[in-house]
Structure formats: C-alpha cells, structure tokens
Design a protein. Structure first.
Length: 514
C-alpha cells in the first residue's frame, strides 16, 4: 500500500464500526439505510450534508414507470448514449430494479412533483426517447432527496453521522480492508472495520471550471487507488453543454439543467439560429457529448465564448414553478428566463468511470465497496445518459448494503494492527494553490471536451512532476491532501486517455493537424 499519511502521526483514538461509509450524498445515505440495523454504521462527510454533488443535482431520476415505457427501452437509450461501451448486465440490473427504488423513495416521503391529476410529473431529457424522468422541487431533485434520506438516517439508532471529517487512507492487509485513517479537527483517528463503502462523488476540482462543489477533489478514488483498488473508464469525463456563462463567474459554475431543453428550450447562437438541427436526430436532446462538441464547434465558428438556451416560449408562471432554482439564480445575473435567452457554455460535470466494481458494488479489494459517481459500475459506458446518475446511486448502493448484510459480519476477525509499516515522510510546505491551479489549467486545456495526443502527453509530464513532489513528502494540512488527490486522479485520467487513441463517446480525440 501507498499512504498519504506519514508514520510519525499521532493517533488520538481508535474507534470501531461494522460498516464505514465515506460520503453523505444519495449513494452513501441510501446505502446506510439498507444496512441491517443489527450492524453499527458510521457515515461521514468532508463537509456538511448540504455540500455534495447530490445536493446540487437538478434534473431528476430516470426509470421506466409509465405504461408506454419499459426497461428494455431504457436499456437501449442508455447503451446508445454510452456509445456501446456500457456493461449490458449492469444496465439490465439498473433499468429492471430502478422502478422499485423510485417507489421506495416515494415511501420515504421524497416529495416528487405531481401533475394536476395528482400523479407523478414525468418529463424527458437528452438521449431519452420516452418520458421517464421524475423530479422533486421543480429542479431540486437532489436536494429534496438528500433531505428526506438524511432525516430517516438521523432516526436510525445503528447509524452515526459525522461531518467535517477527511478520509486520509483506507487500511488493508492480505485479507482485505481493516479500517480507515481519518482526520477530524487536526486530530487523527483510526477506525476499525472490515467494510468500507466509498461514496465520495466526483472529481470536478481536477478541472478549472466545474459544476461540482469545492469538496469534489477525488478523495475516495485516490484513497482507493493507494489501497490497491482497480479503476475503469476514468478517461470518460462528461462536460455538460449548458453551464451558466458569465464573465463574472467565480468558483463553482451553475448548471442549467437538461430538463430545460426537455421542456422545450432551444439552443441558439448569437444570431438566434438553432445549430443542433442536423447535428443529431434528437437535436437539442441529443446525448451530452454530442451537444457539448456541437456547442464548441459553434463557438469556434463564430469566435464567441457562449451560446444561448431560449425557453421564452414558456410563461413566467410555468418557469417559476418548474425551474424555481434556475429562475432565481439567473435573476441574480440579471436574466429573466421568461424573457431573456440564457447564456451557456460547456463545463466539467460528471465522471463516468471510477473505482471498478461488480454488480454488488464490490471492488477487487475484499471489504471495499464503491457506489455513486466514485464507482465504475459499467452502467454509463463512454457517456452517461441524463438522470441515470441518481438511479445508479440507489440501485448499486442498495446492492452494496445487501452484500454487506449477507457477508456474515464478524467483528472478531478484524486485524489487531491497523497502522504498521508506514514510512515516515519528510515534512514539507509546498505551494499547493499553485500546483492545483497548474493541474486544473492543464486538464481543462488538454483533457476536456476535445483532446489531442500531444496535449495529453505534455500535461501528463507536468502532472507527474507535481505528483512526485507531493508523494515524496508529507504535510499536516487538508490543502496537501486535496492537492495530492487531485494530482493522483489527474494522472490516472491522462494515462487512461493515452491508452485509448480512438474517439468514442465523451473521449473525443482530434487530429493533430486540425
């Protein structure tokens, strides 16, 4: 194993749980709620429960629940969007089991939006040929789902939740996971467990411009790699075609949900012309990688830095009700979406690959599980179908819990020694902000929507230099850990991208002569 921590750190205390879940988004919460109540479960997050990709998720959850739809249609749309690289067995599990998880959320009082007849309001998004997306709070599905699940978690006696805890390393021996090393308020703790679930979300901070929150530094993926876990499809990064553009934008970029186009929003250039016509049979509702490249082509053709979504065909009353979050956020920028076109441009949004898992969310390391965006279940292939992400959290989070429950937990089998043979690294204080900015700029320039071999190679050289500096030393700060994790994940993405010279899905390789 390779560790981020140093052998000289002082361990303040050692705790013990049957199951430890890292991440308190929908994947982590739903997994915890399916752990048998006989078993003690700790779920912790790097920040508060409202800081996650799940909380920010706008669009909805896709599932074949209408009379004119069925799981086979959903499977077909998923595989087409994934450019044929999806694991068909995993997609089959997703689309067949997904509807029951939607019903489970309904029973858990997730406030899904209803139509005038008191039935679920079901919409359509990019890549889907059927209306199968349910949503809550108009455009706040993630937030409303997290709120409902976290409330139930708070009432479970076997579940402990802790915020503001950083995962440093996953500890493992020849027989699998033995625990985790964490940091809380400048103190280090060891937690004994034979079952760790990584549900830490995305890697947005590897890029300069992202819809992800500041905590999305790939911590779970990087720790899993140091523990010996295998990765898959990590080169497939989804850039959402419609991030809200502003010359004043700083930090996390606001997403204009694909559901806006699902409700009739049109993509137009500065002359008001639709440019998706002829690009794909679904026009504005084509898979995201196709739309993102079409936007970039249009920007290059016109020398502009943004295009527009035009949803002014809808009434202000409708838009306020259907997209309350988007409506209010755009008003902050002086945009009334009922009368003004919304300026947008592509932005890093979602990781399709991650920690390689099987159909039960198991990794190659015994006792280590992964679910949600941090995992590569094989469902998304080369490009995620809209609103399949939360469904994946539900289906495979539940499956992870069921596998843990059936593995006959035995606390007596835990290894006695958690922290041994850890080398002492020299302490150093490097310019982490500069390192981070360099990686983000390089990744955005050379490993984005469009890539070239030369750019990937030059970026990998730079990232390797930074990674080597960080890996050879140790610093007792969150900035060090996050920068190391960003470098670790960026390195893995670049290496995987270079091993795939041909274009497919979100991995689009441009000829050097273009």
């Amino acid at each position: 194993m390779n560790y981020a921590i140093s052998g000289e750190i002082v361990i303040e205390d050692t705790l013990e749980y049957d199951v430890v879940i890292v991440g308190a988004g929908i994947a982590g919460l739903y997994t915890a709620l399916h752990i048998d109540e006989r078993y003690s479960c700790l779920i912790f997050a790097k920040d508060s429960i409202d800081i996650s990709n799940s909380w920010l998720a706008q669009g909805g959850i896709a599932a074949a629940i209408t009379l004119d739809d069925n799981p086979t249609f959903h499977l077909e749309d998923t595989i087409v969007a994934g450019a044929g690289l999806c694991n068909v067995e995993a997609v089959t599990v997703l689309v067949n089991e997904g509807p029951s998880d939607i019903n489970k959320l309904f029973s858990m009082s997730v406030p899904f939006d209803l139509n005038e007849f008191g039935e679920l309001h079901i919409t359509i998004e990019g890549g889907h040929h059927k209306h199968r997306v349910v949503h809550a709070g108009g455009d706040a599905t993630g937030r409303e789902t997290v709120k409902a699940l976290s409330h139930i978690v708070s009432m479970r006696e076997n579940i402990t939740f802790s915020g503001h805890i950083c995962l440093y390393d996953i500890l493992a021996g020849v027989d699998g996971v033995t625990g985790v090393a964490v940091r809380d308020d400048n103190k280090y703790y060891m937690i004994k467990t034979n079952n760790v679930v990584i549900a830490t979300g995305g890697i947005g901070q590897v890029y300069k411009s992202t819809t992800n929150p500041s905590v999305a530094t790939g911590d779970g993926i990087a720790a899993a790699m140091r523990c010996g876990a295998e990765l898959a499809n990590i080169e497939f990064i989804q850039f959402h075609p419609t991030g809200l553009w502003s010359p004043l934008q700083k930090g996390r970029e606001f997403l204009i949900s694909e559901a806006v186009r699902g409700e009739g929003g049109l993509l137009v250039n500065h002359s008001g012309e639709r440019f998706m016509l002829g690009e794909h049979e679904l026009a504005e509702l084509a898979p995201r990688d196709i739309v993102a490249r079409a936007v970039l082509k249009e920007l290059k053709r016109n020398g502009e830095d943004h295009v527009f979504i035009d949803i002014t065909s809808k009434s202000e009353e409708f838009l306020k009700h259907r997209f309350p979050t988007i409506y209010e956020e755009c008003l902050k920028f002086g945009i009334n979406i009922a009368y003004d076109k919304i300026p947008v441009s592509p932005v890093q949004h979602y990781l399709m690959g991650g920690i390689k898992t099987d159909l039960n969310a198991c990794t190659n390391v015994k006792g280590l599980y992964a679910c949600g965006e941090a995992a590569s279940t094989g469902v998304h292939g080369a490009n995620r179908l809209a609103s399949n992400s939360i469904l994946e959290c539900l289906v495979f989070g539940r499956r992870a819990a069921i596998h843990i429950n059936s593995s006959q937990l035995n606390t007596e089998q835990r290894a006695r020694t958690l922290f041994e043979n850890v080398p002492i690294k020299p302490r150093a204080q490097l310019d982490y902000a500069a390192m981070r900015a360099t990686i983000q700029q390089q990744m955005s320039d050379n490993c984005g929507v469009v890539r070239r071999i030369s750019g990937l190679k030059s970026t990998l050289y730079i990232v390797n230099e930074i990674y080597s500096q960080l890996d050879s030393c140790y610093d007792d700060s969150v900035e060090y850990l996050e920068t190391l994790n960003i470098a670790t994940v960026a390195k893995a993405i670049l290496e995987a991208a270079l091993q795939r010279p041909d274009s497919i899905g979100s991995h689009y390789m441009e000829d050097e002569k273009q």
